[in-house]
Design a protein around this ligand. Sequence first.
Ligand SMILES: CSCCC(=O)C(=O)COP(=O)(O)O
Ligand SMILES: [Zn+2]
Length: 217
Amino acid sequence: MSFQSVTTEQKQAALQELRSVKELFAGRGWFPGTSGNLSVRVGDYRPDEFHFAITASGKDKTVHTPEDYLFVDQTGKPAEATSLKPSAETLIHCEIYRLTGAGAIFHVHTVFNNVISEYFWDRGSVPAVGVELIKGFNIWDEEAEIQIPIVSNYAHIPSIVPEITERFDSRIPGILLRKHGIYAWGANAFEAKRHLEAFEFIFEYVYRLELLKSGKA
Ligand SMILES: CSCCC(=O)C(=O)COP(=O)(O)O
Ligand SMILES: [Zn+2]
């Protein structure tokens, strides 16, 4: 259960997954201005004890360096001696892992996820109806209707955490921070990536549909 029982192979595998997904998302322009953070959990999981590899804070995520990642525990503290600082948003990852037991969490800032979070802020969630990509969340109902939660974007990250806890919906593997970005998660990196891509597709679809319906497009 302790970090000591996580093998070198497990750690290397997590770092390799982070490196691959970081490179892919960077190619899509999903880390503007050093924004975004990524994590992959390692070893056993209990809601009160787990560990994960996460991007170091403030790094340019479009390049690879030996100082890109570190391992932290369920409180967001480094699990081994390092001079690196974990992402400023590590506590959000901690809470999502605690709530879900997920295997990976990816956070990106895009224009579509920012615009849509502000547009629907007063409703508290982004509605999506019947879009095929909803099946990417393993929701297979005919003309499925989902609501993607939006929470406040306080500068003080610990203040965001209770809203995430309150708005968490076990059917929806993601949450928007107002005018900030999306957090998407999954049982592993493959699933978290699928979820993130489905969210981004849905945000662009909803944005464009709203624009067409407004007659301003
Ligand atoms: C420069 S974007 C502001 C911080 C942020 O929202 C983000 O995603 C990146 O922060 P990190 O500490 O993970 O680099
Ligand atoms: Zn962010």
